[in-house]
Ligand binder design. Sequence first.
Ligand code: AR6
Length: 178
Amino acid sequence: MKISVGNISIECMQGDIASRDEVEAVVNAANAQLTTGGGVAGAIHRAAGPGLAKECRTKAPIAPGEAVISGAHDLPNDYVIHCLGPVYGRDEPSDQLLASCYRNALRLAEKHKISSIAFPAISTGAFGYPMREAATIAFNNIKEMAPELEQVKTIRFVLFDEDDLALHQQIMKKIFNT
Ligand code: AR6
């Protein structure tokens, strides 16, 4: 499912964030040390190979809400943007920290002239953020930032399972009034 906001296309799809050869940058739901882990970070580091962990050592640690950019190594992309989402119930204010992840990732994309970017549902796995609230924060912040984006033309949400995809589509429709 795809919608247009100005000249930006926002899409939701089901799949694996680590096999998105159609976007220039993929976003990692990272840990503070930018090491491999489970979920998205595990999939990205496995597909990128050890060069990614090596490069990331020079950029860690990062704080909740921050984003840093690296090369993509063996992934079929140009960049990985690593975001540390808030741990739900621990890192506060969690809504603002999650919003900062999306905003900082998009700022980095703009700075590096990235035209297409794929996001996972940051913080909604190991970090326990409720999916509906997290998706609402993600889309509201993208909607707010859309008018100032000059480089980014495609924003893709990659959800792991069918229910998460359906929920994101529902919330996206509501927020963008489509
Ligand atoms: N592609 C797309 N989505 C995925 C994938 C995948 N390959 N794998 C999982 N998801 P998580 P977090 C979904 O736990 O909550 C790591 O161990 C998953 O179903 O990856 O930000 C790090 O090292 C969920 O909805 O990220 C950190 O310590 C969403 O992606 C910690 O987990 C995010 O789940 C980060 O936790």
